[in-house]
Design a protein around this ligand. Sequence first.
Ligand code: CAA
Length: 261
Amino acid sequence: MPASDYEHILVEFPAEGVGLVRLNRPRAFNALNGPLMDELMDALAAMDRDDTIGCMVITGNEKAFAAGADIGEMAQATPVEMERMDFIGRWERLRAMRKPIIAAVSGYALGGGCELALACDMIVASETAVFGQPEINLGVIPGAGGTQRLARTIGKALTMEMVLNDRRLSAAEAAQFGLVNRVASVEDYLNQAIELATSIAARAPVAVRSAKAAVNMAFETPLAAGLAYERERFYALFATADQKEGMTAFLEKRKPAWSGR
Ligand code: CAA
């Protein structure tokens, strides 16, 4: 679908090598309904294929990154209807993106909104960001990775509190517990996310994609398998022109010019 046809997101290219998706259902605090998620995945997949893009940013607005999955869409659903809608399955596409994705979060990141941020590779938060998994208040549990990704990121004790008892984290707490990369003012958080994305997008593209895959493998495998995977990726990069360029440029004391080959 052409970017101009999207109804629930806005697509922008704010800096060299950077693709930005704004979630755009402000009246529903960017609740993540099916059409929005499909558009988001389509837009990200197009950027993932685009050689001119090196890093993506997902953001909401100042008040809300996203207040979760759309409750109206699922309130009366049966398990089979949820499965037929592919309610959570479509989120799997996010995991398949090869390029880094940064969540720029201000205001509410609740339920699926928190899970969407967690599914990104890095998070830049505004001082007003609030992270929470309030699904317990609706008689359910997180369904898009909250229990798993939070436990792996901030540990069991705090995850239990968040998931069982709707404990919410402020931006400062999220930084303290290692959930976010940095916290900035509401005026500046998106700029900082775009700056971070621009810096990553200027680096050797094949190595950046390999680095993302290797770090993510740390969450999938025992250490020995992860180390083996990392080593294979490291050796494989010696087949790229960028490895030769990077190391030659270092020895010649000049800046490398990456070709992405
Ligand atoms: N789904 C659908 N609509 C939502 C929504 C959601 N998750 N969150 C907010 N909205 C809608 C409200 O229904 C309301 O719509 P109307 O104006 O048409 O009535 C509008 O957004 C404004 O919301 P409020 O009137 O509630 O505004 P508030 O300022 O009092 O509160 C809020 C804001 C704290 C974000 C509150 O709306 C809220 O708690 N939202 C729900 C958060 C939640 O429970 N998220 C988890 C969803 S389940 C999930 O995500 C499952 C999963 O793991 C994938």
